[in-house]
Ligand binder design. Structure first.
Ligand code: SAM
Length: 240
């Protein structure tokens, strides 16, 4: 029964995934902080029974974007946090959990509006995602432009997309990315460039040019360094 007053016992309700995302992002590091910062970030939402029937997605072919409600399954915690330190604010400013889109939050629920590229019974092809591979999705809703787009809205904690940094390539790394991209049938060079331009390194790290960073995208390992402040150079794109 629903909780109708603060004196009632808390209501609890079980949610069950309707599907799981198979995504380009194999680890949390270097995933953009919101959807659409990397339009080349793609994945497939594989629906589970009974939602894998064509009936559940009938009509979705008339929709260009969907809201995904999902579980931050790699950030679930027993004890709720009241304050968090969002990376967006440099990781050293603490603010109320409800003023952020931090992953550590009560009930561990995330929401992303993503591009719906294609619909098949049991499968939604997505782009512009900010979701880790294996993310459980608990609901899907169509984006409704007249209601969901609010040009007058403001958020002074996150007023604009993060500033981008320059991404350079070693010629051999670009060739490797191109070859792997063709094999995968994925826009891998664009994905690498869009994700690294967000500067994934934690804000407190001041990397020397010798320090190497790496991340797995699809089935490749991308390595880069910072030859000077504010510039990334991609060094290698090899089989993971
Ligand atoms: N757009 C969503 C929202 O506002 O609820 C997610 C925002 S959250 C700041 C984005 C970060 O969540 C990504 O950079 C990634 O590191 C992390 N992430 C994505 N999927 C996750 C998952 N399944 N479990 C834990 N962390 C995840």
């Amino acid at each position: 029964m629903a909780r109708i007053s603060a004196d009632d016992p808390p209501m609890s309700h079980t949610v069950t995934p309707v599907g799981f995302v198979r995504a380009c992002f194999k680890e949390k590091f270097a995933i953009p902080r919101q959807p659409h910062l990397a339009p080349a970030a793609r994945g497939v939402l594989e629906l589970v029974p009974p939602f894998d029937s064509g009936e559940a997605v009938q009509g979705l072919e008339q929709v260009s974007h969907v809201w995904l409600l999902f579980l931050f399954h790699q950030a679930l915690e027993e004890k709720p946090r009241l304050k968090v330190r969002p990376p967006r604010l440099g990781g050293n400013q603490s603010v109320g959990v409800f003023s952020t889109r931090a992953t550590h939050r009560p009930n561990g629920i995330g929401q992303s509006v993503v591009t719906l590229e294609r619909v098949e019974p049991g499968r939604l092809w997505l782009s512009g995602i900010d979701l880790l591979d294996g993310t459980p999705v608990i609901d899907i809703k169509p984006y409704v432009p007249y209601a969901d787009s609010l040009p007058a809205a403001r958020n002074d904690l996150a007023s604009a997309a993060p500033a981008l940094i320059e991404v350079h390539w070693q010629a051999s790394a670009r060739l490797q990315a191109h070859t792997h991209g063709e094999r995968l049938g994925e826009p891998l060079e664009a994905l690498i460039e869009q994700c690294l331009a967000q500067d994934p390194r934690p804000a407190y790290q001041q990397p020397t040019p010798e320090r190497r960073y790496g991340v797995r995208l699809w089935d490749v390992e991308v390595k880069w360094h910072y030859p000077q402040a504010g510039i990334i150079c991609v060094l290698q794109v090899l089989d993971a």
